[in-house]
Design a protein around this ligand. Structure first.
Ligand SMILES: [Zn+2]
Length: 60
């Protein structure tokens, strides 16, 4: 599970070879992301669900 790095800023996961987060540019990356991913995924689901509910007329 240490072949991925988690960004401490935006909680995205990246290949261990990256030097900085390609999403937000942060160099604060951690290979100890087991706790991060548990928190991050429900948050992303909530955001995605909220976006669908609040933007019913903007579906692609
Ligand atoms: Zn990031």
């Amino acid at each position: 599970m240490t072949d991925r790095l988690a960004c401490r800023e935006c909680h995205s996961l990246h290949e261990a070879s990256v030097q900085a987060c390609p999403v937000c540019g942060s160099s604060s990356l951690s290979d100890d992301w087991a706790g991060c991913v548990i928190v991050a995924h429900p948050n992303q689901s909530d955001v995605a669900g909220a976006m669908i509910v609040t933007q019913p007329g903007h579906m692609p």
